[in-house]
Design a protein around this ligand. Structure first.
Ligand code: UDX
Length: 538
């Protein structure tokens, strides 16, 4: 492999930022720069309040970016900063040995393939910039999730724009999940590197691998051809989504038969061939990746003329929507099909626990269905997502007219769960936050959470704690008086269900969209729970 001195990540988002931070932390000799044309985003990456929240990320970023090796007894040992954030895109690309493209590749919303094909606008623009500004011999890495054979598109650009110049193109998809990004990056199940089969391609793959072997065992780094690597990312997410749709389809059978979905999941998950992960039934998957990647696979199959294959994968998304609608319909039916005089409380707005990420959250779709019934009030509480973020997302649903109470609508967002549930006719559990569970949940021990958690804890201990900044901190202001919405999530207190039971309207409905409540315990408090995948509580 060739020596690496400088890596440039293009795209300071959920993937580029954390991946670059880990790369820099583990390779102090490499200068890692994250570039983005969005000046506001870069300012926040350079501030004490990062634009995204991931447990452990602030500590790692501070160490690599500010040169704080952490502290013993408050004394920081200096380390040379090697993580930088910049808007000077072309200059940083021109200085790099490796350029990693980590920009958004959402679903195309108009034109050919709309609703399923991948929108390559940002990716193509960045690839163009890389091809224009990179030095001869630079390795270009696709980190964004892209359609199979995207590397070919970059090759064509190179041929047209820089004939005679040689760039190797690698595919190195990212498998991190929101809320566990640092852990996933610290101890990945595998790192996939796709390259051309040529000698130069293999050298490029080994060069990139050497940046990972600083902390990942070589046996976990899988080198394959570039098309397999591009496709593997789509397939991994699609198979996970398919598993959820499969278990969710079975939950409908459970509700109609008296079988319990949690018991079925435990029973089948004990088979090592199936494994026990990703078997929790619920209101369906959300998040930025699953739907988008399944649809991208659907589009790929369609464009290859494989109608049966594309129909098969499309049904995974259809089942997800069916599951979510089934839940909303059940809530409305239980409330005698009329919500006009009723208050409903949404517990959890993020698409899953321990994240402030709201992309493709099922909460929004469920709220839309409830709105059609003209309820008296919809109250929303989330322990992690900032109120102003939820409010602005609700305001964006303009076709529904004014929705927030202060604008004359029926939706209020609360920062106190007891105000949100006071006098409510029904509580809907939308996100699986531990705070919502019937009984306190012990934090996972470092050993149970794997070695990564231990590393993160150790880092945290070494990290120099600084006092929180004042509300008028210049770091967090973006010039509009807007304060950082991703303020660190610290698990709030466990919900006091006894207190909630005392102030909700009879007959005390709670609809558990995540199967996290203990139905019997709740019954003792006078709360009637209806859970996904269970006929109990009826
Ligand atoms: C996913 C993949 O896990 C990750 O590898 C990829 O890089 C990005 O997409 P993410 O979307 O962040 O990550 O979250 P994940 O934890 O996979 O959950 C996705 C959705 O499935 C969430 O809405 C979650 O609540 C739901 N889910 C997950 C279930 O309903 N049941 C489960 O058992 C697991």
């Amino acid at each position: 492999p060739k020596a690496i001195h400088n890596i440039c990540f293009v795209g300071a988002g959920y993937v580029g930022g954390p991946t670059a931070a880990l790369m820099a932390l583990n390779n102090p000799q490499i200068k890692v720069t994250v570039v983005d044309k969005d000046d506001r985003r870069i300012r926040r990456w350079n501030s004490r309040h990062l634009p995204i929240y991931e447990p452990g990320l602030a500590e790692i970023t501070r160490i690599a970016r500010d040169g704080l090796e952490g502290a013993k007894d408050g004394n920081a040992a200096p380390r040379k900063p090697n993580l930088f954030f910049s808007t000077d895109v072309s200059r940083c690309i021109g200085e790099a040995d490796i350029v990693v493209i980590a920009v958004n590749t959402p679903t195309k919303m108009r034109g050919a393939g709309k609703g399923s094909a991948t929108d390559m606008t940002s990716f193509e623009a960045v690839a163009g910039e890389v091809v224009r500004h990179a030095r001869d011999g630079t390795i270009i890495v696709e980190k964004s999730t892209v359609p199979c054979r995207t590397a070919e598109m970059i090759e064509q650009m190179i041929k047209l724009q820089r004939p005679g110049v040689h760039f190797e193109i690698l595919s190195n998809p990212e498998f991190l999940a929101a809320g566990t990004a640092v852990q996933d990056l610290l101890s990945p199940d595998r790192v996939i590197i796709g390259s051309s089969p040529s000698v130069q391609g293999r050298i490029a793959a080994e060069t990139l691998a050497s940046a990972y072997t600083a902390w990942v065992d070589r046996s976990r780094i899988i080198t394959v051809n570039v098309w397999s690597s591009e496709l593997a990312k789509l397939v991994a997410n699609s198979m996970l989504a398919q598993r959820l749709s499969s278990i969710n389809s079975i939950s409908a059978i459970c509700e109609a038969t008296g079988a319990e979905i949690n018991e079925v999941s435990a029973a089948i998950g004990a088979d090592v061939r199936l494994g026990n992960k990703f078997l929790r039934a619920g209101i369906g998957f959300g998040g930025s990746c699953f739907k988008k990647d399944v649809l991208s696979l659907v589009y790929l199959a369609e464009s290859l003329g494989l109608a049966e294959v594309s129909d098969y994968w499309r049904s995974v998304v259809e089942m997800n929507e069916y599951q979510r609608n089934r839940f909303s319909t059940r809530v409305i039916r239980r409330l005698n099909s009329t919500l006009v005089t009723k208050k409903l409380t949404i517990l959890g707005y993020a698409f899953k626990k321990n994240t402030s990420d709201t992309r493709e959250t099922p909460a929004l779709e469920i709220i839309k269905t409830l709105l059609d019934e003209n309820p008296r009030e919809i109250a929303i509480y989330d322990p992690c997502v900032n109120r102003s973020v939820i409010e602005s997302e609700i305001r964006e649903m303009q076709s529904y007219g004014p929705l927030l109470k202060e604008d004359g609508g029926c939706i209020s967002v609360y920062s106190d769960p007891y105000e949100a549930t006071s006098g409510t006719n029904a509580i809907l559990i939308i996100t699986d936050f531990d705070e919502f569970k019937t009984k306190p949940v012990a934090p996972p021990s470092p050993s149970a959470a794997g070695p990564a958690a231990g590393v993160t804890d150790a880092l945290r201990k070494r990290f120099v704690a600084e006092p929180d900044c004042a509300a008028d901190c210049p770091d967090c202001h973006t010039g509009t008086g807007y304060i950082d919405p991703s303020a660190e999530y610290k698990p709030k207190q466990q919900l006091d269900w006894k207190r909630i039971a005392s102030h909700i309207k009879s007959p005390g409905w709670v609809f558990d969209g995540r199967c996290i409540l203990d139905v019997q315990e709740m019954k003792k408090l006078g709360i009637r729970v209806e859970s996904i995948g269970s006929a109990g509580g009826l």
